[in-house]
Ligand binder design. Structure first.
Ligand code: ZN
Length: 186
């Protein structure tokens, strides 16, 4: 296992549409191991492969709270098959946009189809944080970021800040005082 670097905006690779995984094999399982190591180290509760520069439709997640046992989940080729009309709002953050949080409204419930690490197909109905996190990560596999769901004014401000930091060669690092992993959806 190896911890990998997480891409930060304005890295253009974050805008790539990831490719469908064709076979759940050994290299894919190695990628998933690296994703978990990177996600836990961040710390974050979700990660899409493109965030470590691999344009494959793979998502790792662990929504367990601090005092709970780890609950790693893997979603290969995740796809939303249904979304509720009812919306829910969550204060989202992203490991690729450190130190920025904004409320995003999304469908409250979704049904998601995916493959597990054995290549077996599943479909689940998700609600609450799982629904938010799945939508956030599936967006990543399509080159979409959570700031695409907020106002253009706010998005432009965030992009400007990160572009400036990148130019200076000083990436914006996470770590504000009230930082909690729950914020770092991934
Ligand atoms: Zn993210």
């Amino acid at each position: 296992m190896a911890k990998r670097d997480i891409l930060i905006i304005p890295d253009k690779r974050l805008r790539l549409k990831s490719e469908t995984v064709k076979s759940v094999d050994k290299p894919l399982r190695a990628l998933v191991d690296d994703m978990f190591e990177t996600m836990y180290a961040a710390p974050g509760i979700g990660l899409a492969a493109i965030q470590i520069g691999v344009p494959q439709r793979v998502v790792t997640m662990d929504l367990a709270k601090k005092d709970e046992a780890p609950a790693p989940q893997v979603f290969i080729n995740p796809e939303i098959t249904w979304s509720s009309a009812e919306q829910a709002t969550y204060d989202e953050g992203c490991l690729s946009i450190p130190e920025y949080y904004e409320e995003v409204a999304r469908p409250k419930k979704v049904k998601v189809k995916f493959l597990d690490l054995e290549g077996k197909e599943h479909e689940i109905e998700a609600d609450g944080l799982l629904a938010t996190c799945l939508q956030h990560e599936i967006d990543h596999t399509n080159g979409v970021l959570f700031i695409d769901h907020i106002s253009k004014l706010k998005r432009d401000m965030v992009m400007k800040k990160f572009k400036k930091a990148a130019k200076r060669g000083e990436p914006v690092k996470p770590g504000r005082e009230d930082d909690v992993p729950e914020h770092h959806i991934g």
